[in-house]
Design a protein around this ligand. Structure first.
Ligand code: ACO
Length: 391
């Protein structure tokens, strides 16, 4: 094994340790601040928050004190937004004012929206930026999607609640109460989730005292990856690929034989079923029962059961359960969203959490600056050569 050197710097000391291990952060020669720290920051508490708590062992998600399943299916998105931004649910008059404030910020055209989001020529104001971003995301996604498909953007309606407004921006028609309720439940369910990768990215960016819009832009980039928010499309593709219940076993076995991951299963924190999957499964069940493609819903349930059985068989030592993405795909598909809009729709909900985390970070946080353990070589000799005098 090659000899490596780990260099670290702490507020108290600077030191260089040599080690024969590739990297062993339990090495007693490292200072206590580093010893025992896992790579990839798994399990490391990097900040404190009042916004949401993910209990991975018990499979519970608490949003600012409320159990997800008590809040998401019943509250409006505006109420949840107020809760995360102000730390409590609004009184009736506050709810009306907040709803009007949010609706009044819906940008009138894509250009103005894009300009606001690019932070061009604006006074920075964290609270205002947060509200503007939350209000703008539905229109950005809707206008962009319609333009891409050769359709005119629809005028912004400030009289529709947030979830209904998003459906209107994408599909151009006022949605039924059931569709708006199903989408509000989805947006509430994904609005915040502890220190996930995109939220962490946002907090890191704003911890430098950069602006909220820049932080949100970075968060969108982090969300896009298939290991984070980019999984619902592939999760549904698998259900379509399987097509009929009898093919579930053979298709899933073949995927696992090829070493592929089953999209919509597994989670870094949850060791039990993701509680968001339950809330969304119930929302999807209600929605599909009210006129959707019931056959697809039943097929998805059979695919889920088969996937869980085979994952247990293949990885008995690792509890891999259904995550939020599996039923996200089913619900959003039922609502008529094409798979290209699954991740943007996730962002329409999660921008609330990013914004609230940015405000919390600006209020209570310090510069986030973890350390890295250097495992590369040291002491290499740079050959200046005879014709290369020092400059
Ligand atoms: N299908 C098959 N095997 C899996 C899966 C899966 N979905 N998830 C993990 N495993 C296996 C890994 O291959 C690995 O096996 P190995 O030890 O034999 O190499 C073992 O389980 C542990 O995997 P890790 O990558 O260490 O687990 P981690 O906690 O890093 O992964 C993650 C979490 C990225 C979500 C993973 O479960 C995964 O890739 N799932 C599929 C993608 C997905 O659904 N992403 C959405 C997550 S939810 C969200 O972000 C909103």
């Amino acid at each position: 094994m090659s000899s490596v050197t780990v260099i670290y710097r702490s507020p108290f000391e600077t030191a260089i340790c040599s080690s024969d291990a590739a990297i062993n952060i339990d090495n007693p020669r490292y200072p206590p601040q580093i010893r025992g720290m896992p790579e990839d920051l798994e399990g490391v508490v990097a900040t404190s928050t009042r916004l949401s708590h993910v209990d991975g062992e018990a499979g519970r998600l608490t949003i600012a004190g409320y159990a997800l399943e008590d809040l998401a299916p019943y509250a409006s998105f505006e109420e949840v937004a107020y809760l995360l931004l102000h730390g409590r649910l609004p009184e009736p008059a506050e709810r009306v004012r907040f709803t009007q404030d949010l609706a009044g910020r819906r940008p009138i055209d894509a250009l103005r929206m894009a300009a606001a989001l690019l932070s061009l020529g604006r006074e920075e104001s964290p609270g205002d930026d947060a509200m503007t971003a939350i209000a703008s995301f539905p229109t950005i996604v809707g206008a962009y999607w319609r333009a891409l498909n050769g359709q005119e953007p629809v005028p912004v309606r400030s009289d529709l609640p947030h979830a209904a407004h998003y459906l209107h921006q994408v599909f151009g028609a006022e949605p039924s109460t059931e569709r708006a309720r199903a989408l509000a439940t989805y947006l509430n369910t994904v609005c915040d989730h502890g220190l996930n990768a995109s939220t962490f990215a946002a907090r890191v960016i704003v911890s430098t005292r950069s602006d909220v819009i820049s932080a949100i832009t970075g968060a969108v980039g982090a969300l896009k990856g298939p290991l984070h928010g980019g999984a619902p499309g592939p999760a549904l593709d698998m259900v379509f690929e399987i097509g009929t219940p009898e093919r579930a076993e053979s298709v899933i076995r073949a995927k696992l034989d090829r070493g592929e991951r089953l999209m919509g299963f597994g989670h870094r924190i949850y060791r039990v079923r993701d509680p968001r999957a339950d809330v969304l499964a119930r929302a999807a069940e209600r929605f599909y029962a009210s006129g959707g493609d019931q056959r697809l819903y039943d097929l998805a349930q059979q695919v889920e059961a088969t996937a869980l059985r085979l994952l247990r068989e293949r990885k008995p030592e690792r509890r891999l359960e259904t995550n939020v993405e599996f039923y996200t795909a089913l619900l959003l598909h039922g609502l008529g969203f094409p798979s290209e809009l699954f991740t943007p729709t996730f962002a329409v909900g999660r921008v609330l959490g990013w914004s609230a985390h940015c405000l919390e970070q600006l209020r209570d946080g310090r510069l986030i600056r973890p350390q890295s353990a250097y495992i590369g070589p040291t002491g290499l000799h740079y050959d200046r050569g005879p014709a290369r005098p020092a400059v």
